[in-house]
Design a protein around this ligand. Structure first.
Ligand code: F3S
Length: 417
């Protein structure tokens, strides 16, 4: 891998041990993946924040680092709401360790707003073509696919190293040739909002780490040979929250870091990709299978929304569904602290029902979910991760079904679609 004179000096330890170690990590990755050199990045998003996932070894590693990041950098969700951790039964010893981790990151100049949707924050803008070093898989999929930026799926240490150096190794999705679709996904049913999580979950399993291009409602339209109805046109044009859900689920059930939607996402709009030879067809029955998951011998005892963190529109919808209702079981709604601050009317309406709006964390990276045996989610990503990360069963349902289950209007065995 080619290094400039200055980079050579850093590697020789002339700029201190922290930068030397950081560059060693980037060079090791660059060598493995055949990078020719380093490229400057615009921002970093750093995973490896929850004490649940990094433990004492991670805390020690971060605490030993010195200096400041060279580009805007932000944290992924931590293991608890940093201000209201007692509300979800976090133990004091965990809370103290978690705060130490966040302080250690803060000392390095990193913004400690812990969110997996940094692209929604003010003063953290991303432009098409920007090179980034982001590490949370749903944020990576969104940045690459919906924003047209360029990032590999960094690990926590490599994203942090990139932030400290302001550069990353130039390989993978930073290179044009690796962004071309390798598998086409033909979706042969119309889609409503919650279907995008189910679609991502089903498709991700088959796609693995390939780059898919989606053709929505393709066959249906061809067969009919007539104008799309208004409803069909809407389902064929997912909004940003639906794309967020699709990418997050594919990144979890598979390892997708970049996808295209024909005629919609930035790169697929700019150029007409040749349909790849490998094809995957998704039909309604495959999505129905995702909705059909049930906790065999129990009702969900926790309903968790906001994976990835809720946008203002998702909070608004949740607030509308909960208006003048009371929940009869735990309903947690995860979002970023900034969004919660700017939309108090939605937060108040949601919390009036007895549900809790929780910031800085999520149902997967917080140990709080470990107190429950069956978690109902409207996220394909949470559906994939809850069993392994929280030791609980997971049930997938639409936002409406999740709220209805929490208020007692809809029970197990009823349609969660
Ligand atoms: Fe975000 Fe946690 Fe889901 S980090 S994408 S809410 S698993």
């Amino acid at each position: 891998m080619y290094l400039t004179k200055e980079e050579e000096q850093i590697l020789n330890g002339e700029a201190g041990e922290t930068l030397q170690k950081a560059l060693e990590i980037l060079v090791a990755l660059g060598d493995i993946y055949g990078a020719e050199g380093l490229i400057p990045i615009k921002s970093a998003q750093i995973a490896g924040v929850s004490y649940k996932t990094i433990g004492d070894a991670g805390l020690e590693w971060i605490s030993d680092l010195k200096g400041k990041v060279k580009v805007p950098a932000i944290l992924n969700p931590a293991g608890m709401d940093l201000e209201n951790w007692e509300r979800i039964r976090i133990e004091r010893t965990f809370a103290e360790k978690q705060k130490e981790i966040v302080r250690a990151y803060e000392k390095l100049g990193i913004r400690c707003e812990c969110t997996c949707t940094p692209y929604t924050l003010k003063n953290f803008s991303v432009k098409s073509g920007d090179h980034l070093a982001w590490s949370e898989s749903s944020a990576v999929a969104y940045a690459n696919s919906v924003l047209g930026a360029r990032t590999n799926r960094e690990g926590g240490p490599s994203a942090l190293s990139a932030a400290l150096l302001g550069k990353t190794a130039n390989y993978g999705f930073h290179l044009e040739e690796n962004r071309i679709p390798t598998i086409s996904v033909s979706v042969e049913c119309s889609l409503k909002t919650s279907d995008y999580g189910a679609l991502g979950y089903a498709a991700g399993k088959a796609i693995g780490s390939q780059v898919p291009i989606f053709y929505l409602n393709e066959k249906k339209e061809r067969k009919k040979g007539k104008e799309k109805s208004k409803e069909e046109a809407a389902t064929a044009c997912p909004n940003q929250d639906e794309l967020k859900a699709l990418g997050a689920a594919m990144a979890a059930s598979g390892a997708v870091a970049l996808y295209h939607v024909a005629g919609l996402t930035p790169e697929a709009k700019k150029r007409k990709f040749e349909p790849p030879a490998e094809k995957l067809v998704i039909e309604r029955s495959q999505l129905d299978e995702v909705y059909a998951s049930l906790c065999e011998d129990s009702e969900p005892d926790l309903i968790a929304l906001g994976c990835p963190h809720c946008s203002p529109a998702e909070l608004k919808k949740t607030a509308e569904l909960l208006k003048d209702k009371s929940v009869s079981k735990e309903l947690w709604v995860f979002t970023s602290r900034e969004i919660a601050k700017f939309y108090p009317e939605y937060i108040n309406c949601i919390e009036k029902s007895g549900a809790k709006v929780i910031c800085d964390t999520c149902m997967v990276v917080s140990p709080a979910s470990n107190h429950y045996s069956c978690v109902m989610v409207n996220s394909g990503k949470a559906f994939a991760y809850v069993p392994g990360m929280c030791g609980a069963k997971a049930v997938f349902g639409s936002l409406e079904a999740c709220v209805q289950n929490a208020t007692g209007e809809k029970k197990k065995g009823e349609d969660f679609n």
